[in-house]
Design a protein around this ligand. Structure first.
Ligand code: NAG
Ligand code: NAG
Ligand code: NAG
Ligand code: NAG
Ligand code: NAG
Ligand code: NAG
Length: 509
């Protein structure tokens, strides 16, 4: 046997460990859901020095923005009523995106005000071509200008018509991917518009035109957000550009609310989630679709259905997004939010929209897998597991009388391009969320194992102590009787044991 001091130290250690394990095991079993709630709640706040803030300020997840263009193959047939415009999809053109929030103001009312900088770099390796590829598309600038002046008097319109014939005689343009997106291109009409300010209301007031022109490196384009930092308001947009109502829609549709698309209220229900989209200048509702599993984590999938796409027929509350005349479902009028350009947003290839749209053109084939928009969240924490935001930009073409170029143009929603931003939870973060998501199984197991281990250790130590005590007694008795009888098994005699006992009684009483 080891020396007494060592045995004592070991037993004390085991005893302490056992007690600790047992107590914490029982505490975990009794209190885990409460503790867990506190832990999660403490993580879901924005504070200048919190880890959540760091993750939010500059997300460590690589983001990409993929663009797909619709190359228009028969522009010369635009005035032929027996022919539909034909399109060939070309893409993806991938741009890596860097996002960073800047210019924080921490307000007294539990909100933070900030702006968002976005920077894109072309990723040629993951693209089908280069930014110098040529695309044939509708001339959105002239179409837009024609829209704007359609109610002018005959003589002014004729004047404009002659100007158009001189500077931009075609319905279509051929531009490079780079020009159509970030670099912008010179359009004669844009120059004219800057000379004649009365025209400029129909045309973006920039020196060039491009769908993402002036957006690279800009922290002003997306606007100024004010979001809640704690409790029920955590991550919810309270105001945009210092207003809690936009001027782009009316009534309820003008309200600035919903998530800033990063955090959602936890303990989700299977009904809907909503976020505020600065691209569409509006609140967007995604309806619950189904439960799914991503990397072993259960999630609720919310997707763009009637809540986002309906024109007011199924969801009366959507009617105020029409901005006047409602169009068949699946098409959002974003004209007012895009400087009066007759721009309309749909899902790619008119997915989920009234079939009337896809039948106006040739070459578009909606597919759920490729074209739907959805967000899958882990229901307890509302952590995003998978996000695919896909939108298509269309220009509404309308015949405008007295303007020769557009007198015969059919009335269609002309697809220009669509883009996709898809993110899947990276492995480096998924295990943490897996643990949180499965806490209701893990915690009781861990608690039970701890309790059992603690109990076993305590039982072991108790056993050791008892053995020790017996051994010590034996030794004492042995000492007392050493001279009389050697305490060996061969000479063991029950009466002797009784006498030993009585001796022990004396010693311990
Ligand atoms: C788009 O179509 C035109 C002909 O209609 C073609 O010359 C051009 O190469 C196409 N663009 C791309 C990127 O394939
Ligand atoms: C909180 O305070 C800031 C600064 O005073 C203000 O801009 C913001 O609108 C306020 N937010 C709410 C929800 O009251
Ligand atoms: C955006 O700006 C950065 C420089 O700040 C530049 O390197 C990058 O090429 C630009 N991206 C695009 C798509 O023009
Ligand atoms: C919006 O702001 C106005 C004052 O600026 C306030 O009276 C109104 O209650 C706010 N609306 C909401 C929904 O917060
Ligand atoms: C789209 O919105 C603009 C601006 O609000 C409006 O003038 C136009 O009539 C709307 N178009 C349709 C088709 O509703
Ligand atoms: C709204 O959409 C539905 C379905 O696409 C369509 O039948 C209806 O005509 C649309 N309403 C209006 C006012 O355009």
């Amino acid at each position: 046997m080891r020396p007494l001091s060592q045995r004592f130290a070991r037993n004390a250690c085991f005893g302490l460990l056992g007690t600790l394990l047992f107590t914490s095991g029982v505490l975990v079993l009794l209190l885990w859901s409460w503790l867990f709630d506190i832990l999660i709640a403490s993580m879901l706040v924005l504070k200048p020095d919190s880890q959540t803030f760091d993750l939010w300020r500059k997300p460590p997840i690589p983001l990409a923005l993929d663009f797909y263009f619709f190359n228009w193959t028969n522009p010369e047939e635009i005035n032929d009523p027996s022919k539909k415009p034909r399109f060939v999809e070309i893409g993806p053109y991938r741009f890596r995106e860097l996002r960073e929030k800047v210019n924080f103001i921490w307000n007294q009312n539990d909100t933070v005000t900030y702006q968002q900088l976005r920077r894109w770099n072309f990723d040629e390796e993951n693209s089908v071509g280069r930014v110098t590829d040529s695309i044939t598309t509708l001339n959105a600038v002239t179409m837009s200008a024609a829209h704007h002046i359609k109610d002018w008097n005959y003589f002014l319109k004729r004047g404009f018509s002659h100007t158009l014939a001189a500077v931009s005689p075609d319905v279509h343009i051929i531009r490079t991917v780079g020009e159509l997106l970030f670099d912008g291109y010179d359009d004669p009409l844009v120059d004219i518009a800057s000379t004649f300010p009365f025209l400029s209301a129909g045309i973006p007031s920039f020196d060039k035109f491009g769908w993402f022109y002036t957006r690279n490196n800009s922290y002003t384009f997306d606007g100024i957000f004010n979001i809640g930092t704690a409790n029920g308001d955590f991550g919810q947009v309270k105001s945009w550009n210092y207003e809690n109502e936009t001027k782009f829609y009316s009534g309820e549709c003008a309200k600035v609310h919903g998530s800033a698309a990063e955090f959602y209220p936890r303990n989700l229900e299977r009904d809907y989630i909503g976020f505020f989209s600065p691209d569409m200048c509006r609140y967007v509702k995604l309806d619950y679709e189904k439960d799914t599993t991503i990397k072993g984590i259960n999630g609720y999938k919310f997707s763009a259905q009637a809540g986002m796409l309906d024109n007011g027929t199924l969801r009366p509350e959507n009617e105020c997004y029409c901005n006047g005349e409602c169009v068949p479902s699946g098409m959002l009028n974003v004209s007012s939010c895009r400087y009066g350009t007759p721009a309309f947003v749909s899902l790619p290839h008119f997915y989920g929209a009234d079939p009337i749209y896809v039948n106006m053109v040739e070459g578009l084939h909606p597919e759920k897998e490729r074209h739907e928009t959805f967000i899958t969240l882990e229901p307890k924490t509302a952590a995003p597991l998978e996000v695919s935001v896909r939108l298509q930009l269309n220009i509404r073409t309308l015949p405008v009388d007295s303007i020769t170029l557009y007198e015969e143009i059919p009335e269609i929603f002309f697809p220009m391009l669509w883009f996709e931003q898809s993110v899947r939870l990276p492995n480096s973060l998924s295990w943490g969320i897996w643990i949180v998501a499965n806490a209701n199984i893990i915690c009781p197991i861990v608690g039970s194992v701890m309790t059992i281990l603690g109990t076993s250790l305590l039982a072991y130590v108790t056993g050791q102590l008892v053995t020790e005590a017996i051994h010590q007694r034996k030794q004492k008795i042995h000492k007392l009787y050493k001279e009389e009888v050697p305490l060996t098994q061969s000479t063991y005699d029950p009466t002797m044991f009784k006498r030993k006992l009585s001796y022990l009684d004396i010693i311990y009483s």
